[in-house]
Design a protein around this ligand. Structure first.
Ligand SMILES: [Zn+2]
Length: 233
């Protein structure tokens, strides 16, 4: 099971066609084939065919770019995100953040709506097709309409990948802060400010209340990445 795919092989090889010039320039994206999910799992001794499920936090260009590198995988996400990236793809940011060329090649989509039992006070989508109950979607809208966290329970402990619900680990501290650039970027990318800030506040409260019980991290904080890179798989 892969959670988010980052950039894929085709993004590295055909960046001009697949990614918008706006984001390539603004974010200073440096593409490296060795960093794609496929090459990383190959270094762990697996192959593309071993990936049978991909769970996505959302469909932004920097999260879903590698889905086509795993043609045998079912791709799980919230219905609201699929709608936003297809039917709702209008305007300057939406047409540049969602890049259908990254995921228009016969993807086996599995789309969900939240419902039933929640998770630590958050809504949840449980019972993902073919996946154990220890993997569930936790809707965290605001960054995009169908953005979600992915909760995974392993060895009795929960981990929550919060995706792009925050960008800087200091935003999870009691006095939240981040760099001005990241503050600006998050505002530019948000589709619902009220929901985004409310979800960030709820995650902050969760981090405070469940210290030690839930390992919370986001998609873009380098310190959090290094903390997990050092841990055994
Ligand atoms: Zn992102």
């Amino acid at each position: 099971v892969l959670i988010d795919t980052g950039f894929g092989l085709r993004d590295v090889r055909h960046a001009r066609q697949r990614l918008s010039r706006f984001f390539r320039t603004l974010n200073g994206i440096r593409l490296d084939e060795a960093e794609t999910a496929l090459r990383q799992i190959e270094r762990l001794g697996f192959s593309a065919g071993d990936v049978r499920h991909i769970v996505l936090t959302h469909l932004d260009f920097d999260h879903a770019g590698g889905v086509e590198d795993f043609p045998g995988a079912a791709v799980h996400l919230l219905e609201a995100e699929w709608q936003a990236a297809t039917a709702g793809r209008h305007g300057f940011i939406a047409t540049r953040r969602y890049r259908p060329a990254q995921w228009d090649a016969g993807i086996d989509w599995r789309r969900y709506r939240p419902g039933g039992e929640g998770w630590f006070g958050f809504d949840a989508a449980r019972g993902l097709d073919g996946l154990p109950p220890e993997i569930l979607l936790v809707p965290l809208p605001g960054h995009t309409p169908g953005h979600c966290g992915v909760a995974v329970r392993a060895n009795g402990d929960w981990r929550l990948l919060a995706g792009d619900a925050y960008f800087d680990l200091r935003e999870m501290q009691p006095n939240p802060r981040c760099t001005p650039g990241l503050r600006l970027y998050q505002r530019m990318m948000e589709t619902d400010r009220t929901a985004r800030l409310a979800n960030q506040a709820r995650l902050r409260a969760l981090a405070r209340a469940e210290t030690g019980a839930i390992d919370l991290f986001c998609s873009h904080d380098a310190t959090e990445l290094l903390r997990h890179a050092a841990a055994p798989a």
